[in-house]
Design a protein around this ligand. Structure first.
Ligand SMILES: [Zn+2]
Ligand SMILES: [Zn+2]
Length: 704
C-alpha cells in the first residue's frame, strides 16, 4: 500500500493523506442504503439545486466571472451525435432532460448542493483547483474588448468540432447579437458531468453590448444553454418562433426564470431590429417544426446562418414548407457570408420526406392486429402528429408515456402544432384495460436510454404496461453513434418478451432532419454567398460541405473558411477573414449542482475527487491467460469509510471481477483500455445507483 499511498499523494497534491480535507467523507448515516427501490435517477441533482436558486437579475454566480484561464481541453470529444441528440432521454427538447424527479430528501447532498448553488459554484471550483490563488481578491471587473470601427466581428463559441452547444455571436461596434445558445451532452469519460455549455467569457466581458439572442429552432443543442447562460448576461431578450419560444419558456420555468427571462415570439415574415442589425428570417424544414434560418443585415453586408435544415416538399400538416422563394431571392442580394450546417454533408442524395415515413408508419399501423408501441424523439412533433392521425383513423387510442413526450405534446397542442380528435390522447399512467387492437402507446426511449419509459417496459419494470406476445414495437428513430449497444439491448429484451420489433434497419420508419448533399448544394446555390463557412458538425463533416461547395456550387477554395470554436472572423465590405484574436472556449461543465470552468482533465479529476472521493480497484491477473488470480484490492479516499462498509467493498470486488470476466468473454479482442473503461463504468453505475455517489474510479490491472 505504500506505493499506492505515494501515488495518491501525487494525485491529490503534497498535503494529501487519508485525512485530506478536500474529501468530504459523508457521515455514514447519509447512505441511502435502502434506496434501491427509488426511481433510478442519473442526472438529478441539478434540477433540485437550480430550483432552489432564487432567480433574479444578476447571477448569483457573478463572482465567477473572471476565472483564470486554462488551456482548452478538447480531448473529450469522441462521439458524433447527429442532430445534437444524445443517449440520455430528452436531449431533444423541451423537457427537462431527466425524465423524473429526484426523490428529494433522499439525496445525501441535496442541501449541500443547494447551498453551493447560492454561494456561487465558481468559487468552489476556484478554491479547489487553485489553492495558490485563494487570497481574497475582489473579482476582476469585466474588460470589454476594444471596438473595431467599421468592421463586423463573428465568433463561433460552440458547434464546431462537435455536434452540440451551438452558439455564435455577431458584433458591430457597440452591438452584439447571439445566434443560438445550445448545450452538449458529454462523452462518457466526463464522469459525473451532465452537460457542456459554451464558454461565454467574451460575452460576459462585453455584456453591455448585447442586444439580443436569436434562436433558429427548439432542439437542445440550440436552446439548452439558455437557462444557464441568460442570468450571466443580465437576461438579454430572446427571439424565436412560436414553438421555439414555447419550448424555451418551459425550460425557463424549470429554472424559475419565467419572470426574469425576456422571451419574444417572432413572426418569420416580420424583420426585427437589434442595435445596428436588421434581422430577417426564412422558414426551413427540420425534425422539429418552426425552424428558421437567420439573415443578419449588418452595415457591411448580409450574413446568414441556415440553422439546421432540410427541404421537405411534403412536410407534416401544421407545418409550413421552407421559404424557397425567399431563400432564392437572397441570391440577388450580395450575401457576404453563409454559415451553413454540415451534419449530412457526406451523405449523397436528398433526405426522405416526413410524408414517406408517415406512409410506412400508417401502413404498419393499419395492418397490425395487436397492440402497437412506438418510440420516437419527443421533439419529432410532426411525426407524432402523423402517428396520432393514423391511430385515430384506425380507431386506436393513443397513450403517451415518458415525461418529455407528454410535455412536448402538451406544448405542441396548446400552440397548435398538434391537433387530435377529443378523447383520443391519454396518459400512459391511465392505461388499463383498453383492447389491444384499439391501443397505441407512444413513448420516449428510442435511444435505449436507461431512464426512459421504453427501457422500463423492456425491463418489465413499467407499472402500467407489460409487453407480451403479439405486441408490435416500432423504433421510429435511428441510433445515434454511441447508443447502438443500448438500443440493441432494449430490442433484444423486447423480442425476448415476445414482441415484434420494427426499426429503421428493417423498414423506413425514420428520416433525418438534416438535409443531405442535394439540399445543402441547393441552399448554397440559392444564396450564392461570397464566402462559405461550414458549421454544425465535426471537422470531417464540415470539410465534406467545403468540398461539396467547391465541386457543386462553384465556391472557390479561397472563399471557404474553416473555423475552430473561438476563432474570430472580421468582416468589411466585400471581404471576411480570420483575425489573430481568439476568444476563450473552455469547457463549461454542468454537473448536478451548477457549473465550473474546467481546463484540464487533472483539474476535473480533482474536482470529482473533492466532491465524491476516489476509488482504486486493483485487479490481479495472470500474465498468461489474463485470468483473475485473486480477489481485487479496493482502496478509497474520501468516498466511504471502508472499515465501516465491508459489505460495500465486497460488493465492489464482486462487481469488478464480474465486469472483468464479462468484457473478456463478450469481447475477447478488448484491449486494456477497453477493459478498464468497462470496469470503471460498471462500478460507476453501482456506486451511483446504490450510494448516489460518483467517485473518480481508477481500475488498475496488475499482471503477475
Ligand atoms: Zn442542431
Ligand atoms: Zn436541430
Amino acid at each position: 500500500m505504500d506505493e499506492l499511498d505515494k501515488w495518491f499523494s501525487g494525485l491529490f497534491g503534497k498535503n494529501s493523506d487519508s485525512k485530506n480535507q478536500n474529501f468530504k467523507s459523508p457521515a455514514k448515516t447519509n447512505f441511502p442504503q435502502n434506496n434501491r427501490q427509488q426511481p433510478k435517477q442519473v442526472f438529478s441533482k441539478q434540477q433540485s439545486a437550480q430550483k432552489s436558486v432564487p432567480a433574479k437579475t444578476g447571477s448569483p454566480q457573478q463572482d465567477d466571472k473572471q476565472q483564470p484561464s486554462h488551456p482548452a481541453n478538447k480531448s473529450h470529444h469522441g462521439e458524433h451525435r447527429p442532430q445534437g441528440q444524445q443517449r440520455s432521454q430528452g436531449h431533444h427538447q423541451g423537457q427537462h432532460p431527466h425524465g423524473q424527479q429526484h426523490p428529494h430528501g433522499q439525496h445525501p447532498h441535496g442541501q449541500q448542493h443547494a447551498k453551493r448553488a447560492q454561494h456561487g459554484r465558481g468559487q468552489h471550483f476556484k478554491r479547489q483547483s487553485h489553492p495558490a490563488k485563494q487570497t481574497a481578491q475582489p473579482a476582476p471587473q469585466p474588460k470589454p474588448t476594444p471596438i473595431i470601427k467599421g468592421k463586423v466581428k463573428i465568433i463561433p463559441l460552440g458547434g464546431l468540432d462537435e455536434v452540440g452547444k451551438n452558439m455564435m455571436l455577431v458584433e458591430y461596434e457597440n452591438d452584439i447579437i447571439i445566434i443560438d445558445m445550445g448545450l452538449e451532452f458529454p462523452s462518457e469519460d466526463l464522469l459525473g458531468i451532465d452537460y457542456v455549455i459554451p464558454d461565454i467569457t467574451y460575452l460576459e466581458n462585453n455584456r453591455h453590448r448585447i442586444r439580443g439572442v436569436v434562436i433558429t429552432h427548439g432542439h437542445l443543442d440550440h436552446i439548452g444553454g439558455i437557462p444557464y447562460i441568460l442570468p450571466k448576461l443580465d437576461f438579454p431578450p430572446v427571439y424565436g418562433t412560436k414553438l421555439t419560444i414555447g419550448l424555451i419558456t418551459k425550460r425557463c420555468e424549470e429554472f424559475n426564470q419565467q419572470k426574469t427571462a425576456k422571451l419574444h415570439t417572432i413572426n418569420p415574415d416580420v424583420p426585427i431590429r437589434l442595435g445596428n442589425f436588421l434581422i430577417n428570417f426564412f422558414r426551413v424544414n427540420h425534425s422539429i417544426p418552426d425552424a428558421v434560418g437567420i439573415v443578419v443585415d449588418t452595415p457591411i453586408g448580409k450574413i446568414i446562418d441556415t440553422g439546421d435544415f432540410k427541404f421537405d416538399a411534403t412536410p407534416p400538416r401544421n407545418q409550413a414548407p421552407a421559404d424557397l422563394a425567399k431563400i432564392e431571392k437572397l441570391g440577388e442580394q450580395n450575401v457576404l457570408a453563409l454559415f451553413c450546417e454540415s451534419t449530412n454533408a457526406l451523405k449523397p442524395g436528398h433526405s426522405a420526406s416526413e410524408a414517406k415515413v408517415g406512409e410506412v408508419l400508417d401502413s404498419i399501423i393499419g395492418k397490425t392486429k395487436g397492440r402497437i408501441i412506438i418510440a420516437s424523439f419527443s421533439s419529432q412533433i410532426g411525426r407524432i402528429q402523423i402517428i396520432i392521425d393514423s391511430a385515430i383513423k384506425n380507431n386506436r387510442k393513443v397513450y403517451v408515456g415518458g415525461r418529455s413526450m407528454r410535455e412536448n405534446i402538451d406544448i405542441a397542442m396548446r400552440l397548435g402544432y398538434i391537433d387530435a380528435k377529443k378523447g383520443y390522447i391519454h396518459d400512459l399512467r391511465q392505461y388499463k384495460k383498453n383492447p389491444d387492437h384499439e391501443s397505441l402507446i407512444l413513448t420516449t426511449g428510442s435511444q435505449g436510454e436507461a431512464v426512459s419509459a421504453l427501457s422500463r417496459i423492456a425491463n418489465g419494470e413499467h407499472p402500467h404496461l407489460q409487453v407480451k406476445k403479439g405486441d408490435t414495437i416500432i423504433l421510429s428513430s435511428s441510433p445515434i453513434v454511441g447508443n447502438e449497444r443500448a438500443i440493441h439491448t432494449v430490442i433484444n429484451k423486447l423480442s425476448l418478451l415476445g414482441a415484434d420489433v420494427i426499426h429503421n434497419d428493417l423498414m423506413d420508419v425514420h428520416t433525418s432532419g438534416h438535409g443531405k448533399q442535394d439540399e445543402l448544394a441547393r441552399m448554397i446555390s440559392y444564396i450564392k454567398p461570397e464566402y462559405l463557412v461550414p458549421i454544425h458538425g465535426e471537422y470531417y463533416m464540415r470539410m465534406g460541405l467545403a468540398k461539396l461547395a467547391m465541386e457543386k456550387c462553384g465556391i472557390p477554395e479561397s472563399n471557404i473558411i474553416m473555423l475552430k470554436n473561438g476563432d474570430v472572423l472580421l468582416g468589411e465590405r466585400g471581404r471576411i477573414y480570420k483575425s489573430d484574436e481568439v476568444a476563450e472556449t473552455k469547457y463549461i461543465l454542468i454537473d448536478g449542482s451548477g457549473e465550473g470552468k474546467v481546463g484540464s482533465q487533472v483539474q476535473m479529476d480533482r474536482e470529482i475527487m473533492s466532491q465524491n472521493g476516489a476509488l482504486v480497484v486493483l485487479l490481479y491477473v495472470s500474465r498468461k491467460g489474463k485470468n483473475i488470480t485473486r480477489d481485487p484490492d479496493v482502496v478509497t479516499r474520501g468516498f466511504i469509510y471502508m472499515h465501516e462498509s465491508e459489505e460495500i467493498t465486497q460488493e465492489i470486488i464482486r462487481i469488478a471481477v464480474d465486469a472483468y470476466k464479462r468484457i473478456r468473454e463478450k469481447n475477447p479482442g478488448a484491449n486494456r483500455k477497453d477493459i478498464k473503461k468497462y470496469v470503471r463504468q460498471t462500478i460507476d453505475r453501482f456506486t451511483h445507483e446504490r450510494l448516489e455517489r460518483r467517485p473518480l474510479i481508477i481500475p488498475l490491472i496488475i499482471e503477475g
